[in-house]
Ligand binder design. Structure first.
Ligand SMILES: [Zn+2]
Ligand SMILES: [Zn+2]
Length: 102
């Protein structure tokens, strides 16, 4: 399992609580989320560390959860691409994921 290149797990923050609410508090209810959905992409997300830690409200259920909110899902995909391209290249991204999110 690769370490996330998007978010520090040790901080125990929720990625979206930080980004959207400026809330950096440590949480007990964190779940791992792979930024790129789908079976093949999930595997690639794992290999490249494209994952974040989210509170329940921002992960699976409710209007602000990435699994039900396409706008937030896109935001994570764009951030995943930016993190990836800082380490690799745009060409490698397109080769791996086939789609530009930025
Ligand atoms: Zn949250
Ligand atoms: Zn998820």
């Amino acid at each position: 399992m690769a370490k996330s290149i998007m978010h520090r797990k040790e901080d125990r923050t929720c990625y979206l609580c930080m980004l959207l609410r400026d809330d950096y508090n440590a949480r007990e209810d964190l779940q791992e989320h792979h930024a790129m959905p789908g079976t093949a992409n999930r595997r690639l997300s794992e290999r490249y560390g494209l994952k974040v830690y989210l509170c329940i409200e921002h992960h699976l259920v409710g209007p602000d959860a990435v699994h039900s909110n396409i706008r937030l899902r896109r935001l994570l995909q764009a951030n995943a691409q930016m993190a990836f391209e800082r380490k690799h290249s745009h060409e490698e991204w397109m080769e791996a994921f086939g789609r530009n999110f930025i």
